[in-house]
Write a protein that binds this ligand. Structure first.
Ligand code: DAH
Length: 558
């Protein structure tokens, strides 16, 4: 039997044989969440700003095609569309006899067989934490933006996470079988639209904007991004990324200009080792199909690396400054290294790692932008670099925040600890008790590419590809996966218990010697950040999880 991989709404949509890609109503202007707008409006201007307030929201200016893209072509489902259109302003999923659909930031979408959104994920769309000036996500964003000065760089925030599959993957050169495209890893609104899995989804629009605004030479983008993923203290299905890029127009003195810019960059206190300087091999090549001047590519790579070292240095300095002076001296210089990487939209490509608590911690990806991407945006014969970082990882290190769910907390004991422009260490408030519950079940499918566990998983699990997707967990032929996938139980848990789940671990695996059936046992840690959960409440949640696992995936509970 094929195991069903999606939520009830998708099954309902399938049953109704919904074949329509998207709704036809235009996307309205960006919708601010009540939380965000009320807090933001009551902020007084700070006396002292450590980082400049320089960003603007120009998502529609950058992305005028968005309105047209979200609407579409069909004439059916008019009743459902109408219902969605006329429903209240908040994000929601509606099922009716015609099918199912969602309203996201005011725009209706009709589901099809690819849809896999859940109400719990939609409830997080529109919070815009990066626009709340005293929130650690926003403070970190400003710190990063302060390394890329206006007017050379323009700072964007992109509030609407719904983008087309083309924007998120195709335009960037993602192969059709890239694990990031899998429905087990990505939230699809329908077969044409999805919740962006990375800020690179806006590269084309932003490069097009640069082409039309040549007084700017670069940009940063800040946005919320969405990935179906495991549940633990450093993974949450929504997180924040920043993306940056810099281009140089054709110019006879271009190499000299880039070089002089490099030479003028301030020295940092980092101790950097560069293991990615050879672009002559297939491992991390010059772009073979373009006649790049190799000397220029080396200079662009150097400029990119030096620019990002400034970011790391500024973050490290800010983090040091937040420590008591006795603790500061115990740190030696921050060690960092550049290693080779692969991204479909850059070549050569790099990752920057820093030595942190005895391990190399990956902080960001970057590279020399694929020429085809620049040309498609009208930037003929330009050359440029781009990078992408996850904000939470920086913010957790900077503020000492131990659990990623805290960023979403509305608890004043959390929010009141932070002030714009300042890095202060998080003071933990009382931790409420954990409640562990196991769920064990037989899965019907034989182990396959999508098996959550396997011989190789323990060493490589969690290795996310660009734009998401874990090659060790995803089934590569994405549309109708054949077996149970670990992200399915994660999604059920998120839907049933939301942020009351702290982490989920596979604790046992067993293959029946005669039937060959596999049994899995997951241990779920239910814990609220805000209160003590009662036994009764946890039992209720856990029973609902079991019921859905049985109903949705046909597993046999043990
Ligand atoms: N989008 C990548 C990710 O989510 C990060 C990234 C890597 C962005 C390289 C870039 C880049 O612009 O050049 O993992």
């Amino acid at each position: 039997m094929q195991l069903v991989k999606t939520g009830a709404f998708v099954r309902a949509a399938r049953a109704a044989k919904v074949a329509v890609a998207a709704a036809r109503f235009p996307a309205p202007a960006f919708v601010q969440s009540r939380w965000q707008s009320s807090q933001a409006q009551t902020q007084d201007a700070p006396d002292e700003q450590a980082f400049p307030e320089q960003s603007v929201d120009v998502s529609r200016e950058v992305d005028p095609a968005k309105t047209a893209a979200a609407s579409s072509k069909h004439g059916r489902h008019s009743e459902l569309e109408k219902k969605l259109q006329e429903s209240g302003p908040e994000n929601k999923i509606i099922h009716d006899t015609e099918g199912s659909g969602a309203k996201i930031l005011g725009t209706p979408y009709i589901f099809d067989e690819t849809s896999n959104l859940s109400g719990s994920i939609l409830s997080l769309v529109g919070r815009n934490l990066y626009e709340h000036p005293d929130h650690p996500i926003s403070i970190t964003r400003k710190l990063i933006e302060s390394c890329f000065e206006e007017p050379t760089f323009k700072h964007f925030a992109m509030n609407n996470p719904v983008v087309t599959v083309t924007e998120n993957f195709d335009t960037l050169g993602f192969p059709k079988d890239h694990p990031g495209r899998s429905r087990t890893d990505t939230y699809y609104v329908n077969s044409t639209h999805l919740l962006r899995t990375h800020t690179s989804a806006h590269e084309h629009s932003a490069f097009t904007w640069l082409n039309n605004n040549p007084s700017s030479k670069g940009y940063t983008i800040c946005a919320d991004v969405y990935r179906r993923d495991s549940i633990d203290r450093s993974h949450f299905p929504v997180f924040h990324q920043m993306e940056g890029a810099r281009v140089w127009a054709p110019n006879a003195d271009r190499a000299a200009l880039i070089e002089s810019d490099c030479n003028n960059m301030p020295k940092t206190s980092l101790q950097v080792e560069d293991q990615a300087t050879d672009f002559s091999t297939d491992a991390n090549p010059f772009q073979p199909e373009h006649e790049h001047n190799h000397e220029e590519v080396h200079l662009v790579a150097r400029h990119l690396k030096l620019s990002l070292e400034q970011v790391i240095d500024r973050i490290f300095q800010a983090s040091q400054a937040s420590l008591p002076s006795a603790a500061r001296s115990s740190f030696g210089p921050m060690r960092a290294r550049w290693i080779e990487a692969y991204f479909p939209f850059t070549s050569p490509s790099f990752e920057l790692e820093v030595a942190w608590s005895g391990e190399w911690l990956e902080l960001l990806g970057c590279g020399v932008t694929q020429q085809a991407i620049l040309e498609r945006a009208g930037l003929k014969n330009h050359i440029g670099w781009a990078w992408g970082v996850g904000i939470e990882r920086f913010a957790m290190l900077l503020f000492g925040i131990p659990d990623i769910r805290l960023f979403w907390s509305t608890d004043p004991r959390f929010l009141k600890q932070f002030t714009r422009g300042k890095i202060t260490k998080f003071e933990p408030f009382s931790k409420y008790p954990a409640c562990y519950k196991d769920i064990a079940f037989w899965i019907n499918a034989t182990p396959s590419a999508s098996s959550p566990i396997g011989a190789t998983t323990s060493s490589t699990s969690g290795v996310a590809a660009a734009a998401g997707g874990d090659a060790t967990k995803a089934s590569l032929t994405e549309t109708q996966p054949a077996a149970f996938h670990e992200n399915d139980i994660m999604e059920v848990l998120r839907d049933v218990a939301g942020s009351l789940v702290e982490d989920v671990k596979l604790v046992d695996e067993f293959v029946h010697p005669t039937s060959g059936r596999k049994s899995l046992c997951y241990r779920i840690n239910y814990r609220s950040l805000e209160r003590t959960l009662t036994n009764e409440e946890v039992n209720g949640l856990h029973e609902e999880v079991a019921r859905r696992m049985k109903g949705l995936f046909g597993v046999e509970l043990r």
